[in-house]
Design a protein around this ligand. Structure first.
Ligand SMILES: NC(=O)c1ccc[n+]([C@@H]2O[C@H](COP(=O)([O-])OP(=O)(O)OC[C@H]3O[C@@H](n4cnc5c(N)ncnc54)[C@H](OP(=O)(O)O)[C@@H]3O)[C@@H](O)[C@H]2O)c1
Length: 180
């Protein structure tokens, strides 16, 4: 029997909702990477194939987490398995696989990219969102989903108001939203 897992999404966005450009993230904010690591540690993570491709080979699969990667391509599925990931053919299948591989984890984290976040919001599959807001303008071709305030409530912000200063020079704030 499978246990209920809380399904969260986690991303960082620049002003205007930019999350990616040319297949990568056009910034380096170490404090956000540390937040991502600690929030997702020991939990299954779910990502689209292009987000997997964006991870440097030496860092994937992300350690301490079952990496579930969504692809529609059978040959890519086999390559993903060889590389230590768990392939899934759809977001619902990825979430089912996360339940079977969660161990003692109580959360699964959907970690991008744009196509997968949009499906997770629009399908109602996610209940939680951890959003790191970066206070700068970025070029971009991939965008965060819109969290409609009628549906999503801001439940926590660090700091409460204003921004934290990053060693990278980019101010940032980490917000948590919950589906009402
Ligand atoms: N700022 C952040 O926090 C953050 C986080 C993650 C990613 N990103 C950025 O986002 C960008 C990547 O996002 P993206 O939207 O281009 O791609 P993506 O969502 O990572 O991956 C898209 C791929 O996932 C597979 N896929 C998606 N939906 C599917 C479905 N319903 N059924 C089967 N397969 C499906 C397809 O793979 P196949 O083509 O193999 O079939 C599709 O090409 C990069 O720039 C990355 O750096 C940013």
């Amino acid at each position: 029997m499978t246990r209920a897992l809380e399904i969260g999404m986690i991303w960082a966005e620049a002003r205007g909702g930019v999350i990616g450009s040319g297949g990568t993230m056009p910034w380096h904010v170490p404090e956000d990477l540390a937040h991502f690591r600690s929030r997702t540690q020991n939990c299954p993570v779910v990502m689209g194939r292009k987000t997997w491709d964006s991870l440097p080979e030496r860092f994937r699969p992300l350690p301490g987490r079952t990496n579930i990667v969504i692809t529609g391509d059978a040959a890519t599925s086999r390559e993903l398995e060889d590389a230590g990931a768990v392939p899934a053919a759809s977001l619902p299948e990825a979430v089912r696989l996360a339940h079977t591989r969660a161990g003692s984890a109580t959360e699964v984290w959907i970690m991008g990219g744009g196509a997968i976040y949009a499906e997770a919001v629009n399908s109602g599959i996610a209940q939680l969102a951890s959003v790191t807001r970066l206070d700068f303008d970025s070029e971009g071709d991939t965008f965060a989903p819109t969290l409609n305030p009628d549906v999503w409530e801001l439940v926590h912000s660090e700091p409460d108001q204003g921004w934290n200063a990053s060693s990278s020079g980019v101010d940032y704030r980490i917000e948590t939203y919950r589906r009402r």
